[in-house]
Design a protein around this ligand. Structure first.
Ligand SMILES: [Zn+2]
Length: 478
């Protein structure tokens, strides 16, 4: 038997003022595809031949350009046409890819693959829990399951479980479909962390079903992605039957799960205090240090520009009052270039700010240049840290600012240490992210999720949605 393997993933933020283009994708072909996905041993062990297609994944940003989507999709479909004897397809697809003029990238890909293979192929997707699924997705893809963790730490488990289920389907010749229920509710991911209720309890239920109910192969709760404005934007629950005889039972379980989750809609909330920008600054000076502050409105992993100056301006206006503050990292390629033209120790006036929206209006600041570094980080699976972007550090009094040449969220210890920075030596450290990621939790003693304006603004009921299907909670009182 033969399976096609690949990854084509993006989380598209419709409120971001830019498109995601081809050069923004991390791209591999051939053996490199298999090396970047932790599933090869599962197919090898089952004696199934693997045909790599592509690995193309980009950091969250604005919608994917149509031409970029068609370029990568074309490569996957070409591989499929060249291998007419393929029995199965395993892909990592995020679930929130929104393509210019096309809509859901995952749905379009699934439909186009299905058109080539017909019903003879079993298709399996490992996905992110921030995906928005089309109503008909469950008629195209046989197996799909999303992460059970947010912040995400179980990507590999998800890929492996969907790969194992594909092997099981192929060995038995099953071509059945999941039971999927869309729920009229949507939340920012930060209100649906799996470390707190109600998601903690929901996930515990899913885990129990997967571990002990032989009729259920996979069970998922997709929170959805609130910053895609499309009719499919919503939460979804999915139950994948283990055998054709389990379909009716799994339909009942999916109904049960959908009702239980929707009943809890008013319980979704932030894990930590979520304060407006000014109160964030005041409170961060009062709490026991080091205080970790996340700039939730400008989270590049949710598709923002990474260039918001809102919290920097608040700290500059407040004065640091003897406290040491680190802000990592602000994206501004021009300011980055200005800095690297200097030598460490130079004092100069720097214009900082992308000037593309209200949160990136520039400021002129008098800074001391500290130096330039390569920012290392792990990719979204488990590979060794590699260069993610470059940074310059500048200081204004007690405030240190990291300026990056690409949008990047500092969430891992290695991000800081590769820039010769230790957040534990500061009273306050600010990072552009939403949740308090596990490694940030270890670095801080107190935490504030700052409810800042930006393209990942958390008060989603105030966003200018045009296409989302109504009514939907919490935009409507249902
Ligand atoms: Zn996610």
């Amino acid at each position: 038997m033969k399976v096609l393997i690949g990854a084509f993933a993006h989380e598209s933020n419709d409120f971001c003022p830019g498109f995601t283009t081809r050069e923004m994708f991390e791209f591999y072909e051939g053996q490199d595809v298999l090396d970047h996905l932790p599933v090869s041993d599962i197919f090898q062990k089952a004696g199934i031949e693997m045909v790599p297609s592509i690995f193309a994944c980009a950091q969250s940003y604005g919608p994917v350009e149509k031409e970029t989507y068609l370029y990568f999709e074309g490569k996957i479909l070409d591989t499929l046409r060249q291998n007419p004897d393929i029995d199965g397809i395993w892909m990592f697809c995020h679930g929130a890819m929104n393509v210019e003029e096309i809509g859901s990238g995952e749905y379009r890909l699934a439909c186009d693959m299905r058109e080539i293979t017909g019903d003879r192929c079993a298709i399996s997707f490992g996905m992110d829990l921030h995906g928005n699924l089309e109503e008909d997705f469950c008629r195209q893809v046989n197996i799909f399951r999303c992460y059970h963790t947010a912040p995400h730490t179980d990507q590999a488990d998800t890929y492996r479980r969907t790969a194992q289920t594909l092997v099981h389907y192929l060995q038995h010749g099953y071509r059945i479909f999941p039971q999927m229920r869309k729920l009229p509710m949507i939340f920012p991911g930060e209100m649906a962390a799996t470390t707190v209720e109600p998601m903690q309890g929901i996930i515990a239920q899913l885990k129990q079903w997967e571990a002990s109910d032989p009729a259920i192969a996979c069970a998922s709760m997709y929170v959805g992605f609130a910053w895609t404005d499309a009719p499919r934007t919503s939460s979804t629950v999915v139950v994948v039957p283990a055998t054709p005889e389990d379909e009716a039972y799994c339909a009942k379980k999916a109904d049960e799960l959908a009702a239980a989750v929707f009943d809890k809609r008013k319980e979704f909330c932030f894990e930590m205090p979520a304060l407006p920008p000014r109160e964030t600054v005041e409170e961060s000076f009062r709490l026991p240090a080091p205080v970790c502050v996340t700039d939730m409105g400008d989270n590049p992993t949710a598709g923002t520009t990474g260039g918001s100056l809102v919290l920097l301006k608040e700290y500059l206006a407040a004065g640091s009052g003897g406290k040491r503050v680190l802000i990592a990292g602000i994206y501004d390629p021009q300011a980055f270039s200005s800095c690297i033209a200097h030598s460490p120790g130079d004092v100069f006036t720097l214009r900082l700010g992308l000037d593309i929206d209200s949160v990136t209006q520039p400021v002129d600041i008098r800074v001391i240049y500290r130096g330039c570094h390569k920012v290392l980080g792990y990719d979204f699976i488990t590979n060794p840290p590699i260069e993610r972007c470059q940074s310059c550090t500048v200081s204004i009094g007690n405030i240190d600012i990291v300026i990056t040449n690409r949008p990047y969220a500092f969430t891992q210890k290695v991000n800081f240490s590769s820039c010769q920075l230790d957040p534990r030596k500061y009273d306050v450290f600010v990072t552009k992210f939403g949740y308090i990621f596990p490694e940030l939790k270890e670095l801080g003693r107190s935490y504030i999720m700052s409810n800042t304006p930006g393209e990942s603004y958390q008060m989603i009921a105030e966003l200018p949605y045009r296409k989302i299907k109504r009514p939907i909670f919490p935009l409507d009182h249902i």
